[in-house]
Design a protein around this ligand. Structure first.
Ligand SMILES: [Zn+2]
Ligand SMILES: [Zn+2]
Length: 942
């Protein structure tokens, strides 16, 4: 079998579709992983990296004495499978294979992923032939060529990738641990530091400081308005910016009619067609259309996988000679851009444009297939269109502009106006994404006099440098050699998710700034791009086999040890500095109760809340959802009413959850429960808010004296309010217990919404466990729970609820367990059968059982069943069995109703017995008649 290993499932499928060429193609699913087979060939997709490197065991504990952050520098690393199912399947298939072709993406990352697959295959099949297919687009032509010209895996390239992985792990893990521990931060609150990430953050922080340090300079600009052929024309003074006001004013005052045309210069300007897209220029162009860098890359990858564009991670801006441009044009002629394609075909430039960078791995990004808007959806189609039009533009002729420069004189002062007119649109015809602004001036003649309509002197200020947009930052990173074409946008996304930077354009958060400044001060090597550039240069050497991976890693270790020398010497200073300065970022404003400071507090174990700086004197606090729902951070927005900063919960990979003003949130989320207090009304609600009482619990904790005073109530009403609050609180507790019970006992399932089930139960009047214990299966089924599960839940609810009741009554937990396992779960069951049989069922002594039964029956206000001796029971059973039609099951049922002999049965009310035992009333009446008859006969016999 020929096994083809692709980087992802979708590419495995595309490759199979293309290579099968009409042969029967079948898809198999094995342990949830698809394989595609045709003839003797099978393709399987990885999920990118299926193994990852990590430190060998023993380094998990951050606070361990032995494995300090520094110890991670020299820690041994191991490869562990991250996608076990795929690894298992790959190895299973490899055992049967006689040829394996690695067809992962064609770049350093892809080569490394390929090498990982190579090692997994070799481990189970040491002899199999393993080759490598390289292609830049998943199209029939490229694939057929690649698979008929396979080569060896490039181990040098893969080694460069491995070295980068090791170095990133070593730097990232050791520095992140060091800084987080120094600043006493843990859990989701750690401060991450990374080899590429930190210098990138450094650039954003530097830019922010430049902006802050910027002192605007005032300058003056002089212009005039004139008119020609009914058109308004503005001309500027040729001096440009005046840095002093007096000369500007002098020039303005001297500007006098007549305004005379002194020179007219015509010119022509060549407007070169743009060069082909590499990753960076593509991201910049996509950003103009409103796509973030990460989004632009995600969409491009999608388009690549589906064969619509070529591989989007490339540094190349020169089409290789092998690229079949004619073929591509023919293919995309079938797209909705037929007219544009045909225009380019008819008006092709001699040679396509070329950029500055030429490399051999991939061609520049270009279209490879025809797509439609219906097929892709709006957003993806816009990106497809961008790539396609850029390709067309690189084949289109340059544009030509006619330029016009007119000089004027007014009282000895010289002014000028310029115009530009597109005479040949060229590439602009097919590429509307760049602004080509025309300024058309009417014709002028030298010596001509024009009216002087207005002279304007404008005072302006120089502007600070602009903050980085994502695409500008990516360009800058590329210039500095920070990161790679595949990682740059991910690094930026990481900075955002780590809350180091925010907004668009990007600006640093307080933490981002504090961490950077602290590192700059004590270990500036990490914040400067130089070190990373050195490592990038080393990667290149590994690729070219002039240095080994081990050698490079060793040097990197030495560099990192130097950094740690600096860091460890300053550990306390760094920690205090970061802690002190970042505390501020959690402050929200003034405490409404005591005028202290409210701040977000993060505790261990994912607990977070808003508390007051004057705790424990002030206990005001606002609860927040657990941190796994999102880490609470402050935003810039401030509540108009409460002057508190808004709070937002952020979670990686999820939309942020805006809590808004924490106090508004607190008030509204407690309004419903406060409204449950019977004596609550609008006036009282206003009064308690004015007194900064926000929750039922606060009312319940108050004293009548305090409420009388604060709310201006009579002592009786205050007392009533407190006791009402206490019972509402208890009700709330029971409700939350019931909600928790449902969450704990219903298996989470795709498409299952607890909220929906809980709402359905609420509509049916079930909000507490007691209600649930008395519900029936049919009811639970209408709430969307399956029959079997409903029965289980019901049973559990009964056990839990009755357990609580019985505990409350005073049955010890140990005994309770014995009752439950004997099937006696409800309090009623204690009073409906003789204690003797309970004792027998549970194995507890009759005296103990008797005591429990008395407790329960007294609580239920039911008569305590009589105690019977064993002899009595035996004798009674015999009597009953003598009655015709009365069998053992019935005796059992009767005994549960406290009837153990014929006398009891005779004395009992047939209807009651029927209700308790389920035996029909007329049957019982028949038994009673039989007993009576027997007794009568006995009397006669005597
Ligand atoms: Zn307070
Ligand atoms: Zn508010």
């Amino acid at each position: 079998m020929h096994l083809i290993v692709a980087e992802k499932n979708i590419s495995a499928r595309r490759i199979a579709e293309i290579l099968s060429e009409g042969k029967k193609l079948t898809e198999h699913k094995d342990v949830g992983v698809s394989t595609y087979s045709f003839g003797d060939t099978t393709t399987v997709g990885l999920r990118g990296h299926v193994v990852e490197i990590d430190f060998e065991p023993g380094y998990k504990n951050w606070r361990s004495e032995e494995s300090t952050p520094r110890s991670l520098i020299d820690a041994k690393t191991i490869k562990i499978p991250t996608e076990r199912k795929i690894v298992a399947l790959l190895q299973k298939l490899s055992k049967r294979a006689d040829r394996v072709t690695i067809a992962t993406d064609f770049d350093t990352e892809g080569e490394l992923i390929g090498k990982e697959a190579f090692e997994l295959v070799r481990a189970v099949n040491p002899k199999v032939t393993i080759d490598r297919a390289r292609f830049s687009a998943i199209t029939p032509q490229e694939l057929k060529h690649a698979f008929s010209h396979t080569t060896e895996l490039d181990f040098a390239l893969a080694a460069a990738g491995e070295a980068r992985q090791s170095i990133d792990l070593m730097w990232g893990a050791s520095l992140t641990r060091f800084i987080s521990l120094a600043a006493r931060r843990g859990g989701s609150n750690i401060l991450s530091v990374g080899r590429v990430q930190t210098p990138t953050l450094g650039m954003i922080v530097d830019r922010e400081k430049e902006i802050e340090a910027f002192v605007p300079e005032t300058y003056w600009q002089l212009s005039l308005d004139t008119e020609k052929s009914g058109e308004q024309i503005e001309a500027r003074h040729t001096h440009g910016r005046f840095h002093e006001k007096p000369p500007a004013e002098l020039a303005r005052d001297r500007t006098q009619a007549p305004l005379v045309v002194t020179d007219v210069r015509f010119g022509e300007k060549q407007d070169r067609a743009p060069s082909p897209f590499d990753t960076t220029t593509y991201i910049v162009a996509a950003a103009r259309l409103g796509f973030s860098a990460a989004n632009a890359m995600r969409i491009a990858e999608d388009l690549y996988m589906n064969g619509f564009i070529s591989y989007p991670r490339t540094d190349n801006t020169v089409y290789p000679p092998s690229l079949d441009i004619e073929g591509i044009l023919k293919t995309i002629r079938n797209s909705p851009f037929k007219k544009d394609v045909e225009w380019v075909m008819a008006n092709r430039r001699a040679v396509p444009t070329r950029g500055k960078k030429s490399s051999t791995d991939h061609p520049p990004i270009h279209p490879t297939g025809a797509a439609t808007r219906e097929l892709l959806g709006d957003d993806i189609f816009r990106i497809y269109e961008l790539v396609l039009r850029r390709f067309l533009a690189t084949l289109a002729p340059d544009a030509r502009w006619k330029t016009l420069k007119v000089l004027f004189d007014a009282g000895g002062e010289e002014y000028t106006a310029t115009g530009g007119q597109l005479v040949e649109a060229g590439w602009h015809t097919v590429y509307p994404f760049s602004e080509a602004q025309e300024t058309i001036l009417p014709p002028f003649v030298v010596g001509e006099h024009l009216p002087l309509r207005k002279v304007t002197l404008e005072e302006k200020e120089t502007q600070p440098p602009a903050r980085y947009t994502q695409s500008k930052l990516i360009q800058r990173m590329e210039e500095l050699g920070l990161g790679t074409k595949s990682t740059r946008h991910e690094v930026i996304a990481k900075l955002v998710s780590r809350k180091y930077v925010e907004g668009s354009p990007l600006r640093p958060t307080l933490v981002g700034r504090v961490v950077t400044e602290s590192l700059e001060q004590h270990a500036d090597m990490i914040t400067k791009p130089d070190m990373t550039q050195t490592i990038e240069a080393h990667m290149q050497q590994i690729k070219e086999s002039t240095r080994t991976r081990e050698d490079v890693i060793k040097e990197s270790r030495q560099m990192l040890h130097q950094v740690f020398d600096q860091l460890e010497a300053n550990e306390v200073v760094i920690g205090d500095d970061i802690q002190g300065r970042t505390a501020e970022e959690m402050n929200l404003g003034t405490c409404p109760v005591c005028k202290g400071t409210l701040a977000i507090k993060h505790l261990r174990g994912n607990t977070q809340f808003i508390g007051c700086s004057r705790y424990p004197e002030c206990t005001f606090n606002i609860g927040l959802p657990m941190a796994q729902w999102g880490f609470a951070v402050r935003t810039d927005e401030v509540c108009d009413k409460h002057h508190l900063n808004f709070v937002r919960l952020v979670r990686k990979g999820a939309r942020p959850w805006d809590i808004g003003c924490p106090l508004c949130h607190h008030i509204s989320s407690n309004a419903e429960s406060l409204a449950e207090i019977p004596s609550m009304n609008d006036a009282l609600a206003k009064k308690i808010l004015a007194q900064h009482i926000y929750t039922v619990a606060e009312l319940a904790r108050s004293t009548p004296e305090a409420l009388t005073r604060r709310l201006d109530l009579s002592p009786e009403s205050a007392q009533k309010l407190i006791s009402d609050a206490k019972s509402v609180l208890e009700k709330l507790r029971r409700r939350s217990e019931c909600r928790k019970f449902m969450r704990d006992h219903l298996i989470p399932r795709k498409g299952r919404s607890y909220a929906k089930i809980l709402t359905a139960l609420k509509t049916a009047g079930i909000t507490e466990l007691s209600g649930l214990a008395h519900a029936d299966i049919a009811m639970l089924k209408t709430a969307g729970i399956g029959e079997e599960e409903a029965a289980q839940v019901l049973n559990e609810a009964k056990t839990v609820y009755y357990g609580q009741v019985l505990k409350e009554i005073g049955i010890p937990a140990v005994s309770l367990k014995k009752y439950v396992s004997a099937g006696i779960t409800s309090p009623e069951a204690f009073c409906s059968q003789p204690p003797g049989s309970l004792s027998k069922l549970t194995g507890m002594s009759p005296a103990t059982v008797q005591r429990h039964v008395e407790l329960v029956c007294t609580y239920l206000k039911k008569p305590v069943p009589k105690k019977f001796s064993k002899l009595q029971l035996e004798r009674g059973k015999k009597e009953l069995l003598a009655i015709k039609g009365l069998d053992k099951t019935m005796i059992e049922k009767l005994s549960r109703a406290g009837i153990i002999n014929t006398t009891h049965l005779l004395d009992a009310d047939a209807a009651n017995v029927a209700a308790e035992t389920g035996i029909m009333a007329h049957v019982i009446q028949d038994f009673q008649k039989a007993i009576q008859k027997k007794r009568d006969t006995a009397v006669i016999q005597i």
